[in-house]
Ligand binder design. Sequence first.
Ligand code: GTP
Ligand code: MG
Ligand code: NA
Length: 461
Amino acid sequence: KKDMQQKLRCPIICILGHVDTGKTLILDKLRRTNVQAGEAGGITQQIGATYFPEAALKEHQEKCKGRLDIELQIPGYQIIDTPGHESFTNLRSRGSNLCDIAILVVDIMHGLEKQTLESLQLLLNKKTPFVVALNKIDRIYEWKSKEYNNVRDSLEVQEHHAIGEFKERLNKTILEFAEQGLNSALYWENPNPQEYISLIPTSAITGEGLPDLMMYISQLCQTVHREKLREKEEFECSVLEVKVIEGLGTTIDVILVNGLLSVGDTIVLSGFNGPIVTNIRALLTPQPMREMRVKGEYMHHQSIHGSMGIKISANGLENAIAGSELFRAANEEEVIHYKEQIADDLVDIMDKYVDKTSSGVCVQASTLGSLEALLEFLKQMKIPVTAINIGPVHKKDVLKAMKSIAGDIVEKEYATILAFDVKVTPEAQQFADDNGIKIFTAQIIYHLFDSFEEYVKKCRD
Ligand code: GTP
Ligand code: MG
Ligand code: NA
């Protein structure tokens, strides 16, 4: 009984999926907002966060009565929206890394698509639990819809042919999951959520199935994933995004998972030029049910408890690295400790992947996480690495690349910088051109590898 009384924090939920499957529109329908309509080209290009308070879950609970009865114990949801466009693997990876549970959105008319598979891989790699929203059911021919209906209630009133089409498309998707070696089933027919992926039919246009989605996640969080959601004293916080905001300067959007942050607190985080130590000037959140990435009125807080998406304003955040961990230091000793820890992270990666004694390529990426992913990939491909860095490619990085191949008789292909998801300054590019250093840039790890591989072939011919 005591076990049941211990407080749970808000689960952090990440929405992932192929482009245009309806991720943002699902959130809009839940928030009763119009974020998607305001996006350039209807495409999400940033990572976002929305807080859903407990009160917002109540209406969904009502719609699930008699179908999925559940006593709510979680204090709300923190939901992270991600882009589905292929260019934003890094943001999908960032979102999936810090969430407790994910919603993989699949368009029921299209089944599994390229970034569905990519997202699946991210989730399976990290063993992140997830459910599937089988979205756009309203597009089934002569579908009879009812706003925000429980989807099982909706299915009961459909004509024979609409049910037929639904089942046909459902089975096709189940087959596609099976081709990936995965079992899946409608959530109310799921014999074991630990073994089978739960499919939840939804429509972001009509809101059907959204009560099911919200309540089914609550149920999973309060049962099988309960342990992970217990409130802890340990501080846990990640940097979601680094952004310049008019009137505030450079701010960071963070997800505080556990613990407390207060105005004036000293924080330590990774920066492109080494660890950043600063004091919190302001703690801001959007209104509940409003998207953090959309300009709006922020609420100011003296202190905030996790889990919560928070915008932090402070000095010296210009070089902060998105995707990295943020520490709160209680005293000078802790500041030193966390600075060392941050420096050690890079050293650990160096030791594991970099061999300065032989010739190899230089590697640069936007975050520690993406750097590590890229290095792991190159290791598998047996491509040696002599130097690494985080952040934009500057002239000094080109200089490093030149040094790393100087003296020896080396393969031409190693006179190379592989730059993932970072900019190359014009001076650096010019300097590289003048000195025969080739810089490959890409937003997607495997594109980077493909172009490098092609280049290697050419060099050896
Ligand atoms: P990205 O973030 O760019 O990857 O897309 P997304 O997954 O967020 O999809 P988005 O919300 O932008 O929706 C894409 C298009 O599909 C829009 O034109 C939506 O109106 C439409 N759409 C989304 N959900 C539904 C749905 O349930 N039914 C129907 N009929 N259309 C939908
Ligand atoms: Mg979107
Ligand atoms: Na879109």
